[in-house]
Design a protein around this ligand. Structure first.
Ligand code: NAP
Length: 251
């Protein structure tokens, strides 16, 4: 049986998600570019199509059950059976614990944890039926603890436990689940953090790079390369792993 090569990438209108969507298209996957705002997905879809690939932009809130169900059904109808899922959509609501609102805690949990759960639950039926699937969750080095990120660190650590459990439950159906924990990656998210603390982005990047063994900050392509490995046919014996992609060791 030939497995359909259809990938779903959440939060793919920009940043790491856009880099992953373009890389998977180059690897031969048709790609569902999922993000909150459907028109915002268009440039990524057009870029993939311009290079001869197939893509579909879909507006969806990954933290909303109905939105997720409708999105996955639409992808299956318009693009084909989804066999790869990259749970990448994410938000930051940083603050020190004593200033963090319950709303900021919930918002981060909802997008990262609930969103990855809803998307994975909606897609796994297609994967198990196909007898093949790959799930990749975006964790973070912040899972190891990071000042001002109690909500985000908890969500990203939670995603590691979620990943290992998916690996255990879905392995016998030919589905692997792995997590990538990026360090500093140049995107709108890190730009927003620099702005929030009032440091020019170049200075923020240089300060970060000085602490990174490979002496540079990361790019969406660095993460896309790791995703490409995890979703490849040859990575079928690699499951439940957390790969730190951070320019140096992390424990
Ligand atoms: P980004 O540039 O902020 O992109 C995230 C995308 O997710 C945005 O397009 C955003 O849409 C979308 N999104 C947010 N909430 C969503 C929802 N409920 N449903 C669907 N889409 C939603 O972030 P990034 O830096 O590329 O990060 C991507 C992932 O990597 C995140 O999970 C992040 O936590 C993780 N990560 C990033 C870094 C880093 O250094 N950049 C490091 C470690 C881990 P809107 O623009 O409309 O909000």
């Amino acid at each position: 049986m030939t497995v359909p090569r259809i990938a779903v990438v959440s939060g793919a209108a920009r940043g790491i998600g856009a880099g992953v969507a373009k890389r998977l298209a180059a690897d031969g996957f048709a790609v569902a570019v999922v993000d909150l705002d459907e028109p915002a997905c268009k440039p990524v879809v057009e870029e993939i199509e311009a290079t001869g690939g197939r893509a579909l932009g879909v507006g969806a809130d990954v933290s909303d059950d109905q939105s997720v169900q409708a999105t996955v059904n639409r992808i299956a109808e318009e693009l084909g059976t989804p066999t790869v899922l990259v749970n990448n959509a994410g938000i930051l609501r940083d603050n020190l614990l004593f200033k963090m609102s319950a709303g900021d805690w919930d918002a981060v949990m909802n997008v990262h944890l609930r969103g990855s759960f809803l998307m994975s639950r909606a897609v796994q039926g297609y994967m198990t039926k196909a007898g093949w699937g790959r799930i990749v969750n975006l964790s973070s080095t912040s899972a190891l603890g990071n000042r001002g990120q109690a909500n985000y660190a908890a969500a990203k650590a939670g995603l590691q436990g979620f990943t290992k459990t998916l690996a255990i439950e879905l392995g016998k159906f030919g589905v692997t689940a792995n997590a990538i924990a990026p360090g500093f990656i140049e995107t709108e998210m890190t730009k927003a953090t620099a702005e929030r603390i009032g440091v020019p982005f170049e200075e923020f990047k240089n300060t970060a790079a000085a602490q990174i063994p490979v002496a540079r900050t990361g790019t969406p392509e660095d993460i896309a390369h790791a995703v490409s490995f995890f979703v490849s046919e040859g990575a079928g014996f690699v499951s439940g792993q957390v790969l730190y992609v951070a320019g140096g060791p992390k424990t």
